[in-house]
Design a protein around this ligand. Sequence first.
Ligand code: HEM
Length: 221
Amino acid sequence: MQTLGFPASRRVLAPTNALKIAAALSGAFMAGWLVLHVVGNLSAFGGPTRMDGYAAALRRVAPALWLARIGLFAAATVHVVATISLARRARAARPMRAVRRFSANSLSSRLGIVVGPLLLIFAGYHLLHMTFGVLHPAFDPGHVYANLVAGLSSPAIALVYIGASALVGVHLYRGLSSAGASLGVARVTNARARAVAAVAAVLLAAAFASIPVAILVGVLR
Ligand code: HEM
């Protein structure tokens, strides 16, 4: 049966594709922001003057910073809404338990269902910890380096940050592997696209984790 000239299958797929594109574009925006964030974090290896100077320079371009923050908040909202809608659609399309259990994509989907919310919880904690200082033992506004070192000097908190870095890597790998297909850049089955996704994810996770690790072992103090 056809309505408005579209076969039934295409009418069902069209919104799903729009959701996939929304999830991929919002995810790409956040991934780009994470790359900038990790570059800023790595300035810690240049010492307090370098890192605090970088943070102060960012604050001097306040309108651009606020634009990026608003963009980040909007991207996070779109990403959560789109991915939840996609998960619901996928579930509704597979009503039989047996089919669900043996679905080829089930492991990576299940990981995504756990990792995404965990990252959201981490982001909330992280803002209260490093940006607003509410959950920080010795927060000193403007002294980003000192806040970073004092904030991660507890091994338990450093481990939380190392865990979050690993989750970012897992999430980015999954996102990059499927975003390429959603945006028509690469096929999910393309081994080279998966290899590029894996390298990018490991590099980003290692760069994020390097800060808490360096504080744990006393390289940054
Ligand atoms: C694991 C290593 C990480 C470290 C050491 C770290 C460190 C920091 C620091 C020091 C700040 C405050 C910057 C400032 O006041 O200028 C900050 C802000 C922020 N971080 Fe992280 N971060 C890490 C990972 C992450 C991850 C994985 C995310 C996202 C899931 C994230 C999201 C944010 C956000 C949204 C802000 C607020 C930016 C702003 O509005 O100015 N961070 N981070």
